[in-house]
Design a protein around this ligand. Sequence first.
Ligand SMILES: *[C@@H]1O[C@H](CO)[C@@H](O)[C@H](O)[C@H]1NC(C)=O
Ligand SMILES: *[C@@H]1O[C@H](CO)[C@@H](O)[C@H](O)[C@H]1NC(C)=O
Ligand SMILES: *[C@@H]1O[C@H](CO)[C@@H](O)[C@H](O)[C@H]1NC(C)=O
Ligand SMILES: *[C@@H]1O[C@H](CO)[C@@H](O)[C@H](O)[C@H]1NC(C)=O
Length: 650
Amino acid sequence: MLYRFIFSSIFLFLRSSGATHQSDMNNNPNEIDERSFYVDYERDTFVMDGVDFRYVAGSFHYFRSLPETWREKLRTLRTGGLNTVDLYIQWSLHNPKENEYVWDGIANITKIIEVAVEEDLYVILRPGPYICAEIDNGGLPYWLFTKYPGIEVRTSDSNFTREVKIWYEKLLPQVTRYLYGNGGNIIMVQIENEYGAFEKCDKPYLNFLKQETEKYTNGKAVLFTVDRPYGNEIECGQIPGVLITTDFGLMSDEEVDAHKDKVRSVQPKGPLVNTEFYTGWLTHWQEPNQRRPAEPLANTLRKMLRDGWNVNFYMYFGGTNFGFWAGANDWGYGKYMADITSYDYDAPMDEAGDPTMKYKIFRDIISEFIDIPELAVPERAMKMVPEPIIMSSVGGILSNNSRMLLGASEIKSDRLLTFEELHQHSGFVLYETTLPKLTRDPSELTINDLRDRAQVYVDEFYVGTLSRENAIKSVPISAGWGSKLSVLVESQGRINFNTLDDYKGILGNVTIQIYNEPFYKVLSDWIITRFPFDDLDKLSNFVATGENTQGVNERGIAMNGPVIFEGDLVHNDAVIHDTYIDMSGWGKGLIFVNGFNLGRYWSVIGPQITLYLPKNLLKQGENKIIVVELQKAPLCRLIKFSETAILDEA
Ligand SMILES: *[C@@H]1O[C@H](CO)[C@@H](O)[C@H](O)[C@H]1NC(C)=O
Ligand SMILES: *[C@@H]1O[C@H](CO)[C@@H](O)[C@H](O)[C@H]1NC(C)=O
Ligand SMILES: *[C@@H]1O[C@H](CO)[C@@H](O)[C@H](O)[C@H]1NC(C)=O
Ligand SMILES: *[C@@H]1O[C@H](CO)[C@@H](O)[C@H](O)[C@H]1NC(C)=O
């Protein structure tokens, strides 16, 4: 398989140090000016260096996989017959706090682009700045809400556009040298993301974003938008002079034709592009895993390729919502549904990067239409199944000692401060106050506008859980239970689609029923303690010096607040493989491996039971596993391992 890459000296250097395939190369710098990639609207095609070009691409979220695995995964993607990789950029990962930027490790954006070059892949860059992607806040940093309460993101609100400008000044100069016209492999750059679905139709904002992008792309790559083929979404997201693309998943031939007509009605000529051909779907907790069957999808794929569409699989490799990055949707009974930690997505490459049946079926179809590399499809990588680990309790997080070691110092406030006001991305915030003397037994405690889940304690004894997802706002409090009220609020991930104002904490008031006029008393005088769980040294220190108290009762229930458990995965062999942690028997919580936050588990409700544990997080010898369990531990206190992922238990 030969590509028409002409590399600048920097790419030549990179390729000579790691290239696996031969390409047409020309190191004459004067030739760079002749590189061109553009849209021939009249002939309905892309043209690369004078030759018609079509891409079959796959979405790959570098922020959902460890950088040590990028090369292997991109090679598997390339082997699947794809000639292009589609990369979203997650602003919140690279800019976690105002004025703080991260570009190393999993945030090394130039590295992922260079690996793509070396693996013979063109790049579609999708910098957003909003990316949806089932990522917390659609990739927008939470601190925008801290700095500008009430900010209208994705509009021409000057506070938003000012921050986007600053962000693009940091981001885009790093990628300009990789643009196709500058000798690199980035052929396309997206502006905004399904903007029509946001319904604002704020054209000044779209034009601003186009201008900001062009400052850096300068005609050296094709700019495009993507909008769903529904209603007037394409018109709403359209920007003059920018290629329109659309997105859809499993469809009948007639539906594909209808979507084509829809695009043609707004953009009569030009290459057809499906920027998000859904290979699977996202999954929320408390619902069945969303699988999509391979054969009908294969029919849609064949239809599109036959009709000349350029296609990007969304996702080709999904990966994992490590840490607190999982997003949520404003759907369902409580108008809130949190996404699971796995982003397997039922994609052609599974969460571990192994090719699935879908991969092979799609590869065969792609090979009917374009030349695919003669590389052997990799076998499923070996997995290991370590012996179960016995976990021991280190102590509850609500005790005085734990607060000191794990929490931030207390803040006194009349009002309930949000996570954003507290400069906290995710994790937990504890709100405490003194209850008045109860005049009814029981009295109803109500939390208005809870985001998202609250475990309620009276005198540090568990009385119940309130849930935004399940629209449960109230819990009865018995008169004799005590006077100290503790409400531990968990952020389950910010909504990433439609409404983008998902501040966390308690946005309304907290009331207790009193049955004298006015029936309810609003509680105030709060003491607030933050538990962000973002300082892994703190957590390790806690585990090393903790109280070793039981924390859970004889049935394993955490009656006095979340309990931290620790255990060692001892691996004596020098060879290490990926594995899956099987959390069955446990309730809900977080799991850390050698100081890395692997993400949330909620095995008591599913559908995800196992967490993917990449081998790169493990070492020979002792590996420290720390679990923050909110609800219950199994009596055996065991953590088991599995050879395969268990994602369908709901
Ligand atoms: C990104 O990766 C490249 C290539 O491995 C490396 O040279 C560079 O130092 C990395 N950048 C950062 C900020 O770590
Ligand atoms: C921008 O944010 C500041 C700080 O919150 C606020 O005072 C100002 O009114 C905002 N500007 C606009 C245009 O909303
Ligand atoms: C914990 O601290 C609170 C307030 O600082 C104090 O009233 C209480 O007695 C302490 N509890 C223990 C067990 O030390
Ligand atoms: C408390 O919040 C509820 C729901 O938003 C509202 O109806 C009620 O008026 C509030 N009570 C007070 C005293 O502010």
